[in-house]
Design a protein around this ligand. Structure first.
Ligand code: SF4
Length: 320
């Protein structure tokens, strides 16, 4: 796809952690130093730690400005999307430019694997909130769940997160993604807790499978076990609750390709699409039916609920 056809914003996404989140995509699908078994984007196609300016900052900022000019209603502007945003070597500059355009708080969703690099820590210190992951207490569990690039070790990741905490005055929301029968045993939880004590985040977000995953053996943790683990993590911990769907009005003119851009970054139900983009469920259904018949999206089921996501050839699309 030529650069001129690429769209760098998507949504707003209905986020369980962030309400309505205007996504900013800084890397092509799907470039990441990890290949998590629970990833909702599917398998990593390029596993790398090499940082580079994947897209020109001006092109990214033009799309953010366009979304804001269209009256987008978002609680956060979120660096996330088709892979790991800290792989974009100009992410600090992107955050600076977004903050010149809007007072909406800027969040970076990151796996945290590159926070060992002082340049990455400096860049992320410009954000209002940084939300890294820590899903494992041991190297073996880290390898099993996150399948990182061979140069990344869990001990170094924890060191990087702890250093970032010392340097950063914004808020750190640490996510722990829990998988049934994998990282919920007491011994593993205790190791994760000891790492978190060093990192000292402002909040601990406990999450589990709610959408289709890269591997079909990544299973949701039952509610009673989530509650027990939350209690053991103490006051800072909360379970990421399902997004509360609500009727929303928007001055943003929604088009079929806005729906496709959203589904290129996240599998969504009809309600997710309607709530995220601020359209009636029937209108969302009309776009979904059209995109299905064109073969641009596909349906999968998670706990018998239909989710829609863009087919691989339809990632990173630009609205018409
Ligand atoms: S969940 Fe995040 S860190 Fe893991 S593979 Fe997917 S994009 Fe990368």
């Amino acid at each position: 796809m030529p650069e001129s056809d690429r769209k760098h914003t998507f949504g707003p996404v209905p986020s369980r952690r962030l309400g309505r989140s205007l996504g900013v995509d800084l890397v092509p699908f799907k470039i990441c130093p990890y290949d998590c078994i629970y990833c909702q984007l599917g398998s990593t196609t390029t596993k790398t730690v090499e940082r580079c300016p994947y897209f020109p900052v001006e092109a990214v900022i033009a799309d953010v400005k366009d979304a804001l000019d269209r009256g987008v209603d978002a609680d956060y502007v979120t660096m996330s999307g088709s892979g790991e945003p800290t792989l974009h070597s100009e992410i600090g500059c992107v955050i600076d430019e977004v903050k010149k355009l809007t007072d909406i708080p800027v969040v970076v969703l990151t796996n945290g694997g590159l926070l060992t690099d002082p340049d990455v820590r400096r860049a992320l210190s410009k954000a209002d909130i940084v939300a890294p992951d820590l899903d494992a207490g041991s190297e073996a569990m880290f390898s099993y769940i996150n399948r990182p690039h061979p140069s990344i070790l869990l001990d170094n990741v924890v060191d990087g997160l702890a250093k970032f905490r010392e340097e950063y005055s914004g808020r750190i929301w640490l996510e722990v993604f829990l998988l049934a029968g994998v990282n919920t045993a007491e011994a593993e939880i205790e190791k994760i807790k000891s790492h978190i004590e060093r990192i000292n985040p402002d909040e601990i977000h406990l999450n589990t499978v709610a959408r289709p995953t890269a591997e079909d053996y990544a299973w949701r943790v039952p509610d009673d076990i989530m509650l027990r683990i939350r209690d053991s993590f103490g006051d800072k911990a909360k379970i990421v609750s399902p997004f509360k769907h609500k009727e929303l009005s928007t001055s943003q003119a929604v088009k079929k390709d806005d729906v496709l851009a959203l589904l290129a970054r996240r599998p969504c139900t009809l309600e997710d699409i309607a709530s995220g983009l601020g359209v009636h469920r029937n209108e969302a259904g009309k776009y979904v039916a059209a995109l299905l018949s064109e073969g641009r999206i596909a349906e999968t089921r998670q706990n018998r609920i239909p989710y829609y996501s863009a087919t691989v050839d339809n990632r990173n699309v630009k609205e018409t």
